[in-house]
Design a protein around this ligand. Structure first.
Ligand SMILES: NC(=O)c1ccc[n+]([C@@H]2O[C@H](COP(=O)([O-])OP(=O)(O)OC[C@H]3O[C@@H](n4cnc5c(N)ncnc54)[C@H](OP(=O)(O)O)[C@@H]3O)[C@@H](O)[C@H]2O)c1
Length: 355
C-alpha cells in the first residue's frame, strides 16, 4: 500500500455514518488519492459534497474495490460479510463499522486511544490486506472514559446505563424523530416505522433483539463481549459489566451513566487527574454552574465528554479529608457516536495505516 496517498472507498457513503466519513476526511485533511463513494443501486448517480465539489455515488458491486487501498465500510453487517472479503481479495484493508467481524479472533477490534497495540499486525504489514473492526458505538464511548481508570487503578466491575440517540439506528431513524415530533406537536397520531415504539417524546429499551433466556439485548451483550476483547480480559475472573441500553429522543450523541468499582481505592482528585490527562477525553464538570456533559455539547465534536465525577458513597470509603479514598465512582459520559463511535474512530485507524 502506498503509505502517503491511499485510494479510499466508502461503502454506505449516503448513510448517517457515511456522510460523517466525508466530513471527517475533509476536516482532518486525510491524505488520499482516488475517493470512491459506494451505496445501493437506489443511490447510484446521486452526488455528495466533498472538498468543495460534488462526487458521484456508485452502486456497490463485486468490482468496486479494484485499485482501492483502504475501504471504509458502514452499510450494515450483511453487506460487510458479503463485500468485506471481496475488498480484501482486491488488496484493500477494510475498516468495518458493522458487528460482522468484531468478535472474530483474527480481526483486531480497535480504539486507537485504548488499544493501539492491536494494530501491530497491520502496521508491520504482516496482515495486509485484511479486516480491522470498529467497536460498537456504546462500547467505544464507555471505554474512552473507563480505560484510563482501568489502566491506572484497575476496574473490577462497571454498571452502565445508556441514553442512546436515534441516529444510532441510521439516517431513516433521524428522519423518523423529526417526523414524529412534528406529528405529536400537530396533534396527529405518531406511528413508529423504524423503531417498535414511537421515538418522539418517549424513552424505550434499545431496539436490538432480546435474548429470551438471559433478558439481555444484543446491544448490552456487545458492550460486555467487546470490552473483554479490547481490554484482553478473560471470560472468567475478568472485569464484570452490567449494561442497560435505552433509546432516548436525542438526534445524535449517546450518553452513558457509568458506575465503577475499582480494584484499588482512589482519591477523587486522582480520578479527576487521570481523566483530565486522558487522550480524546474532555472533563466537563462544574458543580457550581451545574455544567456537565450533554448530547448537544458532544454533538459534532471529537471529544468524549466526562462529568458528574463523584465518589459512590455506597461502596467502601477509607481515610479522612483530602486523603479519603473510595472504591466506587460515578461518571456521566457523552460522545457523538456517529463520529467517535463510528466514522472518526475508523478514520483514526486509517490514519495509523497511512502514517
Ligand atoms: N449510526 C451509528 O451511530 C452507527 C455507529 C456505529 C456503527 N454503525 C454501523 O454503521 C453501519 C451503517 O449505519 P448508518 O447509521 O450509517 O445506517 P444508514 O444511515 O441506514 O445508512 C446505510 C448505508 O448503507 C447503504 N446500503 C444499504 N443497503 C445497501 C446495499 N444493498 N448495497 C450497498 N449499500 C447499501 C445505504 O445506501 P442507500 O442510501 O443507497 O440505501 C447507506 O449508504 C451499520 O452497520 C451500523 O451498525 C452505525
Amino acid at each position: 500500500m502506498p503509505v502517503t496517498s491511499p485510494s479510499i472507498a466508502i461503502v454506505g457513503a449516503t448513510g448517517a455514518v457515511g456522510r460523517e466519513f466525508l466530513d471527517i476526511l475533509e476536516q482532518r485533511r486525510f491524505p488520499h488519492g482516488e475517493l470512491r463513494l459506494l451505496a445501493s443501486a437506489r443511490s447510484a448517480g446521486s452526488t455528495l459534497p466533498y472538498r468543495g465539489e460534488r462526487h458521484s455515488v456508485h452502486e456497490l458491486t463485486d468490482r468496486s474495490f479494484e485499485g482501492i487501498d483502504i475501504a471504509l465500510f458502514s452499510a450494515g453487517g450483511s453487506i460487510s460479510r458479503q463485500f468485506g472479503p471481496v475488498a480484501v481479495r482486491a488488496g484493500a484493508v477494510v475498516v468495518d463499522n458493522s458487528s460482522a467481524f468484531r468478535m472474530d479472533p483474527a480481526v483486531p477490534l480497535v480504539i486507537p486511544e485504548v488499544n493501539p497495540e492491536a494494530m501491530e499486525p497491520f502496521l508491520s504489514g504482516a496482515r495486509r490486506p485484511g479486516i480491522i473492526a470498529n467497536p460498537n458505538c456504546s462500547t467505544v464511548i464507555l471505554l474512552m472514559a473507563a480505560t484510563p481508570l482501568h489502566r491506572a487503578l484497575g476496574i473490577e466491575r462497571m454498571v452502565v446505563s445508556t441514553y442512546q440517540a436515534v441516529s444510532g439506528a441510521g439516517a431513516a431513524a433521524m428522519q423518523e424523530l423529526e417526523d414524529l415530533t412534528r406529528d405529536v406537536l400537530a396533534g396527529r397520531p405518531a406511528h413508529a416505522r423504524i423503531f417498535s415504539e414511537p421515538c418522539a417524546f418517549n424513552v424505550f429499551s434499545h431496539n436490538s433483539a432480546v435474548n429470551a433466556a438471559t433478558g439481555q439485548n444484543v446491544e448490552e451483550e456487545k458492550m460486555v463481549l467487546e470490552t473483554r476483547k479490547i481490554w484482553n480480559e478473560p471470560e472468567a475472573g475478568g472485569v464484570r459489566i452490567s449494561a442497560t441500553c435505552i433509546r432516548v429522543p436525542t438526534m445524535r450523541a449517546h450518553a452513558e451513566s457509568v458506575n465503577i468499582t475499582l480494584t484499588r481505592l482512589a482519591t477523587e482528585a486522582n480520578v479527576r487527574r487521570i481523566l483530565a490527562a486522558a487522550p480524546g477525553v474532555r472533563v466537563v464538570d462544574d458543580r457550581e454552574k451545574n455544567d456537565f456533559p450533554t448530547p448537544l455539547k458532544a454533538a459534532g465534536g471529537d471529544d468524549t465528554l466526562v462529568g458528574r465525577i463523584r465518589p459512590d458513597l455506597s461502596q467502601d470509603v477509607c481515610g479522612e479529608g483530602d486523603d479519603r479514598t473510595y472504591r466506587g465512582f460515578n461518571l456521566f459520559v457523552c460522545a457523538d457516536q456517529l463520529r467517535k463511535g463510528a466514522a472518526l474512530n475508523a478514520v483514526q485507524i486509517a490514519e495509523m495505516l497511512v502514517h
